[in-house]
Every structure is written in C-alpha cells, then in structure tokens.
Design a protein around this ligand. Structure first.
Ligand code: BGC
Length: 759
C-alpha cells in the first residue's frame, strides 16, 4: 500500500468539458465559505465556466413569478449568491502572460490532498519566448479560521533571469450562473450584489457589498505578502481593486506571493468591514506555515474519528474519503447555516437546504462528531418559528411545517407537487432528533430543543391527517419519490409520521420526568389530552399493505397505475424529468428514487422480512435512480437482505458518482446527500448498523473484493472501533466506560474488545 493510498484526488485534464467539472471537484470549502476551483489566470474565453465563491447561509431574495398564482404560493425565494471574486492572479514573464493554453505545458497536475485539506496545482511551463517556470499554487479554506481563504503562489525560474509581474485582483461585480433549460439551476440572469465601498486600509484591500433585495452585507478583504524585494502598485475603481507586484527572479530561485482573503457577513457580524480588518490582522500575524500546521492538526483530529478504511480497493477507498471530506467541507458550523444540497461547491439547487441533511448527511456527523450534529439540529430548532408560519400559509391552524427547501427558514419551492407537498420533511427532521437522543442520551438537548420540534411537527400531522373509521390517514402529500406526486397515504410518509407522533409522546414523558412539561403548557399550550391524541393517532396510523403480493404499496393508487414502458425508453431520455412533462410521469409506476425501500431501511421493525424483501424486488424494477439519493439506499437494503453482490454494485455507483460524473451534472456542484449515502452504505449497509430504542445493532457482511474495512463511531459517550474482516468482526472500545451492543441480535457488553466470527 502506498502512503497516498486513497488520500489524493489528482487531475491533469485541460479539456474544457472536464475543467468545469474539476471546478467542483477541486473546490475549497470549510462549511462557512466555498471557492470553486477556477484557475487564477482563467481559461480561454470559449470555455464554459462557473466562477464562484459562496458563503453558507448568505443569500439574496428573488421574485417568483407564477403564470397562475393561487393562494399561498410563494412570491419570493432565497438563493445563495456568488460573492466577490478574489481568485484572480495573472503572471507575466518577459511580456508573456502565463496560461495553460499558450506556450508549452511541460508538466501539470492538480491535487486535492484530503489529509492536509489543501488543493494544489503544480505546473512546469515554457513561455512562448522559451522561459521555463515552475509554478505551484496552493489553496486552502481554513477550518480553524473559517473566514480565511488563502492562495499561496510560488514561482521558480528554471532558465530565466529578469522581471516577473503578478497582477492580483479582487472584483466586486459578480453574478450567478444560470441555465434556462435545467430546472436544477437558476433559470435567468440576475445581479444580486452591489458594491457599496472599495477602500484600502493598513495594506488591506476591502470591498464592501450589499445584496439587492435581502439587504445583507458582506466584506471581502485581501492582503498580499511577497517573499521577494518587490514594487507594488495598487489601483482601484468603484467595483474592483488590482495590485501589481513586480520583482526580479534568478535561475533556480523561488519567489512566493501569499494572498490572504477574508470574508465576513452581516448575518454573523454587526460591522462586517471592521470584523474583516480584525480577522485579517489576526490571521496575518502568524506565519503561513502556522496556518498550514493548524489546518493539518484539524484534519488529523477529524480523520482520527471520521475515517473509514477499506483494504483491497484503492478507487473505492478514494471515493469514500472524498465523500467524507466533502461532508466536512459542506457542513455549516454555526447556527446560521446548514448543509446545502451541493455544499459550497456550486449553485445547483440555489444553495438550498433539504431533507437531505437529516436523512442522508446527519448520520455521519452524529456518529463521528456529535457536537457538529447538534449544531445542524440547532439550525432546525432556530427555524421552528418560521416553520410555524409556513404551516399557517398552508392552511394549518396548529403545528409547524418545515419548508421543503430553504436557506433562512421560509419556503423556496415554487413547484408544490414535488416541493412543499413533501410533508415527510417534518418527520425526517423529527427522526433525526430522535436518533440524536438514541445515540447521545442527551436529555438536556431533548428538553431544550428536540421536544419542542417533535411536539410542533406532531401537531402538524394531527392537522393534516384524519380518521376513516379506526385508521388514521394522511391525504394529498408527496413522498420522497418525486415521480409520483400528491397522493393519499404514501407509505413512507405515514410510517415516518407514526414514528414522529410516537416519539413526541415519549419526549413528552421524558420532559415530564425532568419537570419541564409545565413549560410547554405555558409556551405552546400543550396538555395531556393532546398528547393522548398523538398516541391514538400513531397507534391507528394506516400503513398501506397489499396482502396478495405481501408488499407495501407506495400509496393508495400506486398499484393501479400502468407500469412505465422501460423497454422502449431510450437511454438518453434519462433523467426522465428533463424529457417528459411531469403529469405524464405521474401517471405511471416509475420511481425517481427510493421511497418505500427507504422507509424499510429507516423503520425496519414496521414490517416482516418477507414484505421488505418483496417490496425491494418490486420497486427495484421500476426505480430509475434519476435522483442521486437512491442507489445508496438500495445498496443498504440489498446488504440487509443478504445480496452482497448487488449491495456492492449499487455501492460502487454511489461512491464514485461525482468523481466519475455519472449524473453528468457535477459541474453544478457535488451531490452531498449521496456522499452521506456513501458513508451510510459502509456503516448501515455492510456493517448493518441500526440504532433503535432497544440499542445499537450490527449485522456485518463483507464483499468478496475486500480484505477488511474499519470505522469508528461514538455511542452513549463511548468511542468504538469496528473492524470487519473476512472471518471475524472486532469491536474495540477506544474510550468511555463501555456500552451494550447487539451483534446478530445477541446482546454483549463492550468493555474492551469483542471478537465474533463472521457468519
Ligand atoms: C431529489 C430530492 C432531493 C433534491 C436535493 C432531488 O432530485 O429528488 O429528494 O432532496 O434533489 O438533493
């Protein structure tokens, strides 16, 4: 095994079609800011590019126009915006401008090193006049000082003696990417940021801007540090700043420019310009080596808990680490932000947060970094009031309804059948609050946050559903499968709502035990009678079941629809959503993604194994996996049902989705939920982890191709390592006082090490 086994992503491509994808794959982010991997010097004009920098949770508002605006339709939406461009650095040698598309490229590669959290470009270039330079450009978004992004630019002369000129820019006039033909990105050109001030203070270049509609403010600050004796010349206009740096270089000598870039915004700071100046002073006080060292320490600590290793498959190992690294880069680390569907790598889905966070990404944080998980859950708690308002807009007198997609808390979905109608998001959020309790047993968090979220979401189910005789039913909602919309009794929704209601009752009892129920009587008018109503509703929740087939129908009418004609659908017509009118799709049995199969994963005790097995086989035949949230779930469930070969095939597809651009839209950003799905495929899929009220369960299996795999998880304050080899599985307690675990349904107390033969 080489030292770099699975730790690096390397590209040497200069193809236009691949560069725009590499912009995403090599973006640098830290949960607060994200910078796409654009070349400092740019590309030829004909190349398509999405040049972008984003702050998590920083948005503008744009108007939503409807042809026919019905009651309660949204009038505006938030969207993440492209902010000040600090990426620009041009290099001139003897009058020739450095470009990878001119002169001669003698050597080139770009590397993402996931151990150090740094992206670098290494180039050996011969200018048209024959001067040879070695150019190394490193980029880092600091995890320690999250406002900081650094470009570290080194030039070494191989045969040239003379002047080098570097021109560094900071540009305030920027706009977002748009494509009118793709519903997954913005449809029209809009300029969102207006520069309010451009100035220079203490050798720091500042641009202060304001969003046009949301009136949020942000500041970018840039400071240059040059190793050589140099002449600098600064110019500016009312939208940009340029710094020209001239120095002499000798053969064999390296000179270095460090461009420190700091970003602050008015969501987090009352005076963002002043804060940017302070931050800049703070970060430039340390030598750059220290900044790298801190980043490395952070990464070491992160990987110590988060790494998942696979022995025997380097490409897969790389894909797994890439997914885990991207989850870290994407996750908001304060209460103002969450995880966007594309992280901070692009503008797809307009920077919105979806159910993706709770069902796909949070499990990773919960098991490896509970504090960060709490942070992400706290964001939902903070948005509870907005969710109450959203519920009123949709006609509910009581309860809270989380929006399908949002940044600041209000609904941003303009197409309700596959948007706002996905009420299951309420139960998904509740599910994760419960999982958090089951993993951490943190009752303080339940009393202070989780309980209220569960109570308000439970109320919403009571207001949405109704009794038909002795069963509680939920009409006119959409489940996770967006190819089947606005249906009655979606199995997933009903099963998850049942869990939501059940745990609202349990949390009420827990809160009562801790003397907190009076608080909720006062704050939200909760009484025992209401809690008993929740109990009755979950006990009587209707879950569609077809006795003849021993399957859970996706909803009341799903089985009476015609099956989609897969045989005569050409390959190029996928994803279907880009080729057929939605109504046409809704008429058929065809699933965009796991729906009932997902419910069977999350709530396996609701059904007997034969129903789960039959359902898997049935839905597998009619699922297109047009959504990237699908194959990971099929992998997990194939493993659960003992089909390791199939689990492995789905898993391979999941793990390398962005690295191999299999969905053909990685240019718009990474598929962050799928990355969470990769982690889940290992831990919940192959290792068979389930966290239930009765404990933590493992049912491990191992694909033929692997020698072993290993990961670490936190549970009830303990840290354990799980290693699955061909013949045995080993559970090792690394810290904590020990806990009970179930391996193939046998209960053990883990004190130091537990070794079991693999079945
Ligand atoms: C999926 C949704 C998902 C969204 C954002 C859609 O294609 O169908 O389930 O929430 O993408 O990732």
């Amino acid at each position: 095994m080489t030292e770099n086994y699975g730790w690096e992503i390397i590209s040497d491509s200069l193809e236009a079609s691949e560069l725009i994808v590499d912009e995403t794959l090599f973006h640098t982010a830290n949960g607060y800011l994200g910078v796409r991997g654009n070349f400092e010097e740019g590309y030829p004009n004909a190349f398509d590019t999405i040049r972008g920098t984003y702050i998590n949770g920083f948005y503008d508002i744009s108007e939503v126009k409807h042809g026919e605006k019905l009651n309660g339709f949204i009038e505006s939406k938030q969207k993440i915006i492209n902010i000040t461009d600090v990426q620009g650095i041009e290099l001139f040698v003897d009058g020739d401008r450095f470009s990878l598309f001119e002169g001669e490229v003698l050597d080139y590669k770009r590397t993402l090193d996931m151990r150090s959290g740094v992206v670098s470009r290494q180039i050996v270039w011969k200018s048209p006049k024959g001067h040879m330079l070695e150019i190394t450009i490193c980029r880092m978004a600091s995890f320690v000082s999250t406002d900081l992004f650094v470009i570290d630019y080194t030039v070494k002369s191989l045969n040239y003696e003379g002047e080098i000129v570097l021109v560094s820019t900071q540009i305030g006039e920027v706009s977002n990417y748009f494509n009118p033909n793709d519903p997954r990105v913005a449809g029209e050109f809009e300029q969102h940021l207006t520069v309010r001030e451009v100035r220079r203070e203490d050798h720091i270049d500042l641009i202060h801007s304001e969003t046009n509609a949301s009136k949020l403010r942000m500041t970018s600050a840039v400071k240059h540090s040059v190793s050589a004796q140099c002449q600098t010349e600064s110019t500016s206009d009312n939208r940009s700043l340029t710094t020209k740096i001239k120095f002499q270089i000798k053969v064999g000598v390296s000179e270095r420019l460090i461009k420190y870039c700091v970003f602050t915004d008015s969501i987090r700071y009352s005076d963002c310009s002043q804060s940017a100046l302070c931050k800049m002073h703070e970060v430039t006080r340390m030598p750059i080596e220290k900044v790298y060292e801190l980043q490395k320490d952070y990464m070491d600590a992160f990987w110590k808990h988060a790494d998942v290793t696979v022995e025997g498959d380097e490409k897969l190992q790389q894909g797994i680490r890439f997914s885990i690294f991207q989850l870290l880069q994407s996750a908001g680390k304060d209460k103002y932000s969450n995880i966007a569907a594309k992280g901070l790598s692009g503008e797809g889905y307009e920077g919105h947060y979806f159910w993706d966070t709770e069902i796909y990404m949070l499990p990773f944080f919960l098991l490896t970094n509970p504090a960060l998980a709490e942070n992400l859950l706290s964001y939902r708690y903070e948005k509870l009031e907005a969710a109450r308002e959203n519920a009123r807009i949709l006609g509910h007198q009581k309860g809270a309804l989380y929006p399908w997609r949002t940044i600041s808390g209000s609904e941003c979905s303009a197409y309700f059948p596959s948007g706002s109608a996905q009420y299951h998001i309420n139960a998904d959020i509740a599910y994760m609050f419960v999982q958090h309790y089951l993993v951490t047993k943190n009752t303080d968090f339940v009393v202070s946050k989780s309980a209220e979220v569960l109570f308000e979401t439970a109320r919403l189910w009571m207001d949405t559903g109704h009794y038909v005789g002795e069963s509680f039913r939920i009409d006119a909602v959409t489940g996770p499968d967006e190819y089947t919309c606005v249906v009655n009794n979606n199995y997933y929704t009903n099963a998850m709502a049942k869990y939501n209601l059940k745990w609202a009752v349990k949390f009420y009892e827990l809160v009562k035990e801790h003397g907190g129920s009076a608080f909720f009587t006062n704050s939200i008018g909760l009484d025992e009678k209401e809690v008993r109503d929740w109990q009755e509703a979950y006990q009587k929740m209707y879950l569609p079941y077809d006795e003849k087939l021993d399957i859970n129908p996706q909803d009341d009418t799903f089985f009476s629809k015609a099956v989609w004609d897969f045989e005569n659908t050409p390959k190029e017509n996928y994803p279907l959503l880009l080729h057929y009118h939605p109504l046409y799709i809704y008429r058929y049995q065809v699933c965009k993604q796991a729906d009932t199969v997902l419910a069977h994963f999350l709530l396996e005790d609701e059904q007997k194994l034969s129903t789960i097995q039959n359902s898997f086989e049935y839905y597998e035949k009619i699922t297109t996996h047009d959504s990237s949230l699908s194959t990971c779930i099929f992998s997990i469930m194939a493993a659960r049902l003992g089909n390791i070969r199939k689990a492995y095939d789905y898993f391979i597809h999941t793990t390398r989705l962005d690295l191999d651009n299999t969905h053909h839209n990685t240019k718009d950003g990474i598929h962050t939920a799928n990355m969470g799905g990769t982690y889940m495929g290992m831990v919940y899929g192959f290792a068979g982890l389930r966290i239930k009220e009765t404990g933590m369960y493992f049912n491990p299996v191992i694909p033929e191709e692997w020698k072993s795999y290993t990961f670490k998880i936190s549970y009830e304050g303990n840290l354990m390592q799980v290693k699955i080899c061909k013949e045995k599985c080993v559970f090792t307690l690394l810290s904590g006082t020990g806990c009970d675990i179930y391996v193939w349904h046998e209960k053990y107390h883990l004190e130091d090490e537990l070794v079991k033969e693999l079945k």
